[in-house]
Design a binder for this molecule. Structure first.
Ligand code: HEM
Length: 415
């Protein structure tokens, strides 16, 4: 089947929303509009799931975490979602430890606390100078080239470099870390599942983490890695975590910390370039304007489209009673475009008043890296625009995927 087979289907004809359909993967926004207007609780019996698209309903899901569980994960592949047992309760994986967000609540809270070690506001603020220095060193090398990739040569390397520092991975490995993280979010555009060599790539990422953990254990890492030390000290369900367990947990940080920020940043620079008057305003006071501009980028440019939860105890959302075992698909980017919450939501406005948005999710699983991401976003914008106030977008690639719709590769040229 080719990508174009059902791409011509109009979201207004016989309405059919499936996050894995080619039409939705190519451009989900018109579907979200119909969902918000006509089907606030949209049933997908093939996945035993309901999709929620309005801001308040998505928020209600995240604020009622105790009604849901994540033992099936927070993201789903088409294959995984197609398998279900009606009315089933959570089946927590305990040994080996699963990916960070998939642990049962008591264990999850302990792990999150340990992994927050260097992601709290004070620790993050302490690395601002390092982020700025790495950003400028990269720009020193890139500007003379006159043409470079915003994701792969610039913002992705800065972001991956920060998580390398935090996880005890040599900073020279940032490009390899970024490549592995980017691969992990790829989906096969035909099947909507993972590409065949996905597992092999996952091994690469895990081995990078294992190496860092072993160095920390045998004292050869050269600097303290508080998150690893804290995870090693934990007692989880009567046992200590293995190197593999810790690598699986750290891989969430390495992944989340490397791949998302460059997509938001690159898309945001495209929006500013499309609106020269907005770019001029941001440029007029970079010290103060970069942070609000990045906040609008978080609302408007986030690549992750949805996160999943499974119902543990019945709850009603958008007038729909949800039963144990049913899945909810919280469409966070639809929530970010809901005109019940935002005026003129489909327009990028760098200084719009934003009281809340779904860019980092909400509730229990609220992005653990939000402070780091905000700091990196602000510094990248300040330094890039200060040194490259004029740029042309040469190429922008938005790879189709069921759960991500982000600019994976944006090339700029400069005069
Ligand atoms: C612009 C950058 C970023 C965006 C837009 C973003 C977005 C998100 C969102 C929406 C969630 C919620 C997932 C859910 O509800 O299931 C999340 C969770 C998470 N993020 Fe981020 N993120 C970013 C940067 C980072 C960074 C810098 C890190 C690590 C250093 C990170 C690590 C994580 C992890 C580990 C989780 C899972 C949290 C949990 O399940 O408790 N993210 N992120």
């Amino acid at each position: 089947m080719s990508l174009t087979t059902d791409a011509v289907k109009s979201p207004h004809a016989a309405f059919d929303f499936d996050p894995f359909s080619h039409a939705v993967m190519r451009d989900p926004l018109p579907f979200y509009k119909v969902l918000r207007e006509k089907h606030p609780a949209y049933h997908m019996p093939q996945y035993n799931a309901w999709a929620f698209s309005r801001f308040e309903d998505v928020l209600r899901i995240f604020h009622n975490d105790h009604h849901f569980h994540t033992s099936e994960g927070t993201l789903g592949s088409k294959e995984g979602l197609s398998k279900f047992e009606k009315g089933a309760g959570p089946k927590w994986q305990k040994d080996p430890t699963p990916l960070f967000g998939f642990n049962e609540p008591g264990v999850y809270a302990k792990l999150r606390n340990a992994m927050m070690a260097e992601l709290r506001p004070k620790s993050v603020a302490a690395i601002a100078d390092d982020i700025r220095a790495r950003t400028n060193a990269l720009l020193d090398a890139l500007i003379p080239r006159k043409r470079f990739n915003l994701n792969l040569d610039f913002a992705g390397i800065v972001a991956a470099g920060s998580v390398c520092r935090m996880c005890g991975i040599p900073i020279e490995d940032a490009a390899e870390v970024l490549a592995a993280a980017n691969f992990a979010t790829k989906q096969d555009p035909v099947t909507g599942g993972f590409p065949p060599d996905w597992q092999q790539n996952r091994e690469v990422l895990l081995e990078i983490c294992r190496k860092a953990i072993r160095k920390q254990i045998d004292g050869t890492s050269g600097h303290a890695v508080p998150a690893i030390d804290k995870l090693r000290a934990l007692d989880v369900e009567g046992r200590k975590l293995t190197v593999n367990d810790i690598a699986t947990l750290m891989s969430s940080i390495v992944l989340g910390g490397s791949e998302t920020l460059p997509k938001v940043f690159a898309h945001g620079l495209m929006e500013l370039n499309n609106a020269p008057e907005q770019k001029a305003e941001v440029l007029s006071d970079l010290e103060n304007n970069a942070a609000p501009a990045f906040e609008e980028m978080l609302r408007y440019c986030g690549p992750a489209q949805w996160f999943m939860r499974t119902v543990d105890t019945p709850i009603e959302i958008a007038g729909q009673k949800l039963e144990r075992g049913e899945r909810v698909i919280a469409l966070i980017q639809s929530a970010n475009r809901d005109d019940r919450e935002f005026d003129n939501p489909d327009k990028f406005i760098w200084n719009r008043k934003i009281e809340r948005h779904m860019g980092f999710g909400n509730g229990l699983h609220f992005c653990i890296g939000s402070h780091l991401a905000r700091l990196e976003g602000k510094i990248l914008l300040q330094e890039f625009l200060r040194r490259v106030p004029e740029y042309t977008i040469e190429e922008a690639i938005r790879t189709p995927s069921s759960f991500q719709w982000g600019y994976t590769s944006v090339t700029v040229s400069i005069p």
